[in-house]
Design a protein around this ligand. Sequence first.
Ligand code: BDR
Ligand code: CA
Length: 318
Amino acid sequence: AKKVIIDCDPGIDDALALMLALASPELDILGITIVCGNVPAAKGAENALKVLDWMGRTDIPVYLGEDKPLVRDYTDAMDTHGLDGLGESGFPSVTAARPKPGAVSFLTETLKTTEQVSIIALGPLTNIARVISRAPDCLHGLDEFVSMGGSYKSHGNCSPVAEYNYWCDPHAAKVVYDAFAGLPQLKGKRIHMVGLDVTRNIVLTPSLLWYMQSINPSMGSRIAAITRFYMEFHWKQEGIIGCVINDPLAVAYFIDRRLCSGFSCYTAIETEGICIGQSVADPMDFWKNPHNSLILTQTDPFGFMKFFFQRVINTKEN
Ligand code: BDR
Ligand code: CA
């Protein structure tokens, strides 16, 4: 199995991504690190523990990370994810397990001491930026880096051009993208950018949800409970029937590369002005900078849904 740390801000779609990761034997999840994003870090950790409990995996450690962005004031996304971050679904908190302090130290130490560790980042990149600025040498141990965030041609979800994770902490996103363009220990490596161009195609519709519940009532009704608020938000806000579930695509793509494709190029992150948080990809190579990113632009929504059903809903493989 591939060793991986999942850095996240649960968050409804983060919770679905964790469910998918936990149901995937290809992954050896060393730990879950929490960053402030959709909800403050302590709330995110509480939610990660709930998901671990549902999946019977409270043996996996959860680490509390940064509780504010590097420079910007913190803006949560509770309007989208509910006051509890899980769609105000009211599931009880887990009392048997507690989050540990020190997400940044855990990431740093693990990268230093363990070979071939990958990171799947599903929230703002604040924890990762802290690791890079505090202990850049540990990046020798990094295998692959997947980030749900940014957008190339698709419009933003926080401004005309910016996606939430990079908009919430643009300075952190810049530290990470610049590191992949410049640090010798990351030479040749790319950030796999699973941005809105691909994730917008992954829509959990009411009929899919109904089918999940009919095949697997306990898992299906849990997913229905946490996505109800999110669906209402999409309907009221964007006129979409169903909800866009961004983060699970990053996990699915990490396991099966056929689910997304794109191109390699240099990408910069804007940290100021009206375009704050925008990911600016340069496929025409105007800037002649080293390629730091693989920008994913194509995906297979049906393939993804099948993948999710086979694992989380656990239908028979065919
Ligand atoms: C991203 O922002 C968050 O609200 C979601 O969890 C996802 O990671 C989408 O822009
Ligand atoms: Ca997220």
